[in-house]
Design a protein. Structure first.
Length: 121
């Protein structure tokens, strides 16, 4: 099985993002997975700096107990648990049967385009 990759996009045109994800899913070869946010506000609400740090600590680390992840990131357990719950809602972390956590992706790519709004041109 191919190593799982995730591309995170920020685009208000969620329909195009959904169509692109559907095309990738129909491809013969694994094309990676996508997660789209409709706005930067939504992106930053879900993916805070602290949650990025957790993802960075989990990428390639295998399964970790929450206590070990807290130690590695210098986090308190209560906010760490809340952050992991949010990341799990997005599918960015998974919990194993024995209660440990892991990031199922080998790589996470952020694809963002900033451009002049059409009405400002």
């Amino acid at each position: 099985m191919a190593k799982r990759t995730l591309t995170i996009t920020v685009s208000p045109d969620w329909r195009s993002a959904l169509r692109a994800a559907g095309r990738a899913a129909q491809a013969v070869d694994y094309q990676g997975e996508r997660l789209n946010f409709e706005s930067f506000e939504g992106f930053f609400e879900w993916l805070t700096a602290r949650r990025w740090a957790l993802l960075q600590a989990l990428l390639g680390a295998g399964t970790l107990a929450e206590q070990e992840l807290a130690r590695r990131t210098g986090s308190d357990l209560e906010p760490l648990h809340e952050d992991l719950a949010k990341l799990a809602e997005l599918g960015l972390v998974e919990q194993t049967r024995d209660g440990k956590v892991l990031c199922p992706f080998a790589a996470i790519h952020l694809d963002v385009l900033l451009e002049t709004p059409a009405d400002a041109a």
